[in-house]
Design a protein around this ligand. Structure first.
Ligand code: HEC
Ligand code: HEC
Ligand code: HEC
Ligand code: HEC
Ligand code: HEC
Length: 201
């Protein structure tokens, strides 16, 4: 089984356990809460982080990729679930955060914000990190599925970032230099297009 499938299963199991614990009522709450965290991998995210010194925009909740995707190895696609089928990978809903945080993270004021958002039904207003100009077309699914390019190649080691920042320049020259040295999955003889109209509306 690939690492990716494992990670999704681990995350899924955490939610299933969380749901069971809730169903079992408050008595059973404490013990399963320990088990409900996904299995810990080799990497441990740092506990004390100097938030003032972190690159990238400050978010309304201090959501940490290094804890979720790094330490607990939750797959990128678990939260960015449309990366393989759509131009945009999408962001997770409050409900998907709450699936774990109904139990995990009690007493943490940042987690409390997740719970408050779930109660109020207000979406979390995440600050955009990446933004191409309106006149550029960038289809994630083509890169991730056909191109088989790892998220990290374009986004850096996100699973080690306490706060996400823009890793690549996202300039036209960056796109072109990769297209010039890549071929199509369904036709390894053919170099990936550098035709203006494919990237520009
Ligand atoms: C548990 C959910 C979760 C997982 C797992 C996760 N992310 Fe995210 N990701 C988020 C949330 C929430 C945001 C928005 C807040 C932020 O930018 O930190 C985000 C933001 C991002 C952004 C910036 C989006 C923008 O505004 O431009 C990138 C890039 C990203 N994630 C990549 C990844 C990659 C790569 C992985 C796997 C290594 C991953 N994410 C795993 C929840 C997740
Ligand atoms: C698959 C389960 C899972 C999902 C889904 C999940 N988390 Fe977490 N989260 C965890 C675990 C495990 C921890 C670590 C808790 C600990 O160390 O006590 C954590 C920790 C946190 C923390 C505290 C970080 C710190 O500084 O210690 C915040 C804030 C948080 N998560 C926000 C979110 C948000 C926002 C989402 C949705 C985008 C989300 N989580 C989705 C499992 C999950
Ligand atoms: C070939 C480079 C490349 C790869 C591979 C890639 N991304 Fe991106 N990603 C981008 C670019 C460029 C943007 C900015 C898109 C825009 O502004 O329209 C972006 C934006 C995002 C965003 C911001 C949300 C949005 O809809 O704009 C998220 C989240 C994200 N990527 C996650 C991922 C994840 C998860 C993977 C792996 C499954 C991945 N990306 C693979 C280049 C890439
Ligand atoms: C790391 C390499 C890499 C980078 C960086 C990259 N691409 Fe691509 N791109 C590919 C590959 C490989 C394919 C072809 C995938 C396939 O279909 O086999 C592709 C395909 C595309 C397609 C579809 C082409 C077609 O023939 O329909 C568009 C549009 C595109 N890329 C836009 C962009 C834009 C815009 C950027 C920069 C913001 C970018 N790409 C950056 C590797 C890359
Ligand atoms: C692989 C994708 C891709 C292709 C092919 C491509 N561009 Fe671009 N182009 C971009 C991206 C991404 C930007 C926005 C980032 C930037 O300004 O560098 C951009 C920006 C531009 C801009 C605005 C620059 C500015 O300074 O505001 C012009 C003009 C432009 N492209 C013209 C072209 C022409 C003409 C062609 C064909 C010869 C072409 N592009 C082919 C991705 C592409």
């Amino acid at each position: 089984m690939t690492r990716r499938v494992w990670s999704v299963l681990k995350a899924g199991a955490a939610i299933a356990i969380a749901a069971l614990a809730v169903a079992a009522g408050a008595e059973a709450f404490r013990a399963p809460a320990q088990e409900s965290a996904p299995a810990v991998g080799a990497y441990e995210a740092p506990v004390d982080v100097d938030t003032a010194g972190l690159p990238g925009p400050r978010q309304p909740i201090f959501y940490r990729h290094d804890i979720h995707a790094g330490q607990y190895e939750i797959d990128c696609r678990y939260c960015h679930s449309t990366a393989e089928i759509s131009s945009s990978p999408g962001l997770p809903t409050v409900a998907s955060c709450y699936g774990c945080h109904v139990i995990v993270g009690s007493g943490n004021p940042e987690v409390q914000k997740v719970r408050d958002a779930n109660t109020s039904g207000e979406p979390i207003e995440w600050v955009e990190v990446h933004s191409l100009p309106q006149f550029v077309r960038f289809p994630h699914m083509r890169h991730v599925v056909n191109g088989e390019i790892e998220c990290q190649e374009c986004h850096g080691e996100v699973q080690r970032m306490p706060q996400v920042y823009q890793f690549a320049s996202l300039k036209m020259g960056w796109c072109l230099s990769c297209h010039e040295r890549s071929t199509y999955a369904d036709n390894p003889e053919r170099q990936v297009t550098t035709d203006c109209t494919v990237c520009h509306y």
